[in-house]
Design a binder for this molecule. Structure first.
Ligand code: PMP
Length: 330
């Protein structure tokens, strides 16, 4: 019989899928590392597993303990899965701007969700950050993974994503492209690939225009999960050979094309990373092998990136990607 003991045993070892139509006419091989194949549906399952295992080893997380983290999305799902397997409770703190659908996903996995007002300053007692800190102090046996400062975040990629890519490409990868949020993915994967290739593999960050990583100040942008208005310690500022800023319009355009032309229904940060990979591919040759990491699936964004009304309201929808309208003959 072929089975795993628990769905958590399926974290990692995600496939590489060649991009075709999006890079038509360009010389290099461009491969997507499709992270929605993780059991929680995103790359964050990897960090959740490793952060929890390390906290168990260090004694910070004890049997019956509670995981408390300010997160509204992918990291919460990963933590909830691992917590279930190992008998911990989860309390996630999220701002009220987070959609009810996203909160319901966390609840469906058995987590408790505490909602905080968005319209208060970070130093306000009801802010997202202060509420999670207070819960950690008040709940007995509470532990906060803190993905923005936990070294296990980049390490999970150093020990899983990096070696997987080296093995899957038989050492032929020449460029690795990923979006930067906490910076864990690019730092850990990049460090491994640079070490194993003795510096040959180039590491390319993709960043929403306006975020600090590409020289901005944290100006608002709509793509979710990437870019910051501060410098997290999980990001190694020396890891990237280049950072390519991508506009929201280009991120969302490529996201929709990934679904429509490549059969990959993925999130907006995936379109952003793929847009950077396409830009890079224009400058590369036939011997180059570019791998772009796609962090999550697109189902969580159906009412945004994949909704024509939402897209039009921000002026994003170009006529050639607006899809069929009522008058079209299908
Ligand atoms: N895309 C999405 C959808 C994410 O949730 C994240 C994590 N914040 C990222 C990209 C960026 O990954 P990292 O935090 O490892 O830089």
């Amino acid at each position: 019989m072929e089975y795993v003991d628990h769905v958590v045993d399926l974290v990692g070892n995600t496939p590489l899928v060649r991009l075709n139509s999006l890079v038509e006419g360009l010389a290099p091989l461009v491969l997507a590392k499709v992270e929605y194949f993780n059991p929680g549906g995103s790359v964050k399952d990897r960090i959740a597993l490793r952060m929890v295992e390390a906290a168990e080893r260090s004694g910070e997380l004890k049997p019956g303990g509670t995981i408390v983290e300010p997160t509204s999305g992918n990291t919460g799902v990963g933590l909830a899965l691992v917590a279930q397997r190992r008998g911990y409770k989860c309390v996630f703190v999220c701002p009220d701007k987070v959609s009810e659908d996203k909160r319901n996903v966390l609840k469906a996995y058995g987590a408790e969700v505490v909602v905080c007002p968005t319209a208060v300053a970070p130093e306000h007692p009801d802010s997202y950050y202060n509420v999670s800190d207070r819960l950690v102090r008040e709940i007995p046996g509470a532990w906060k993974p803190n993905q923005y400062a936990n070294p296990q975040n980049p390490e999970s990629h150093y020990f899983s994503t990096g070696p997987e890519l080296w093995r899957q490409t038989e050492g032929r990868i020449t460029h690795f492209v990923a979006g930067v949020g906490t910076g864990g993915t690019i730092t850990g994967t990049g460090r491994y690939l640079k070490e194993v290739s003795e510096g040959r593999v180039k590491i390319i960050g993709a960043d929403p225009e306006g975020s600090v990583y590409s020289g901005g100040t944290g100006r608002p942008y709509l793509v979710e999960g990437v870019g910051e208005d501060f410098w997290p310690t999980t990001y190694d500022r020396d890891i990237c050979d280049e950072i390519i800023p991508i506009s929201d319009a280009d991120s969302f355009d490529v996201t929709r094309r990934l679904a429509r032309e490549e059969g990959l229904l993925v999130g907006g940060s995936c379109g952003m990373a793929a847009a950077a990979a396409i830009e890079l591919a224009r400058r590369c040759g036939p011997d180059d092998v570019i791998v772009v990491l796609l962090p999550d699936g697109g189902r969580g964004y159906l009412s945004k990136v994949f909704n024509d009304t939402w897209m039009s309201s921000y002026g994003f929808l170009s006529p050639d990607h607006s899809g069929a309208t009522a008058g079209d003959v299908l």
